[in-house]
Write a protein that binds this ligand. Sequence first.
Ligand code: NDP
Ligand code: OXD
Length: 303
Amino acid sequence: MALLLHSTAERAVAWGRIFADAGERFIPDEASVTDPAQVTHLACWVPPADLSRYPNLRTVICVGAGTDHFPALPDGVALSRTLAPGIEAMVRDWVVMATLALHRDLPAYLDQSARGEWRQHTPQSARLRRVGIMGMGRIGRLAAESLGALGFPVTGYSRSGEPVEGVEVFGADRLDAFLAGADILVCLLPLTSETRGLMDAAFFARLPAGAKLVQAGRGAQLDMEALRRALDSGRLSAAMLDVTEPEPLPADHWAWRDPRVLITPHVAAHTDAGEGARHALSVIRADRDGQPVPGLVDRDREY
Ligand code: NDP
Ligand code: OXD
């Protein structure tokens, strides 16, 4: 078995060392492939255009957590997403930062700072600010734990409504009740046909007046014009976005200049090279031993 990496030269150096230590075969880039039949695993964020070149490919490993951008793979080729505590903790940290920033009126203070305006907004206790987390998967659960520890009353929302200790989780049939109790709404959903365009005007109308939005899922889940109208009408009071549609967000986009919106350029997490390589090694070993592949993506569920 050999793993082909289709990524940056920097990542290739780091992975090369880890694979050498592990005694596994590693090909740092497509230009180094001498016999395509040897490639059984491919690790990438975006796959190369022609995968039919690799007749023995078994598993493609996404070096990130979300796989919505992946095209259909050839029949029989599995997709694994990187499961890495480091990625999950980084996104959790970003969500905590964004939630606190909105909770403590940072957008207004940044705007005032730019004008040298000393004006106080009455701070509110965390225990009075209800946080609703959409997507109670690996990252949503971590975020719920940390935000709960800071004193926020936290609820969750997922397709199944599967219980999570210490958090009331609403299933997909109870979206209205979930939204009605979210003073700060955090989106940590994967992008699927069900979640694409989910956050539109009708959706925002179901939130409490003046609610705040923290978006770390995927840009295409949010209708940006609906966001602007919700901010203008007071339905929403502020938003912090790490993901946008498109990415990069064009320099002349209104959201860059709107003081109610804070934007980071899709940096909630980047996969640490060591963690990514270790996940890839675990996939290769599972394939070799006939064990379930870690991070296997069920593409019938679209992500
Ligand atoms: P998981 O697969 O572990 O969890 C996904 C959660 O979303 C599950 O609770 C699932 O519910 C729920 N869900 C999926 N579809 C729906 C739906 N239609 N309605 C309601 N709930 C739904 O994913 P992760 O926690 O690992 O990651 C979540 C997403 O975070 C990624 O897909 C990616 O888009 C984003 N991300 C962003 C990063 C960034 O840098 N901004 C970095 C990493 C991830 P159920 O289990 O019941 O199906
Ligand atoms: C990811 C991401 O999914 O960076 O890993 O968004």
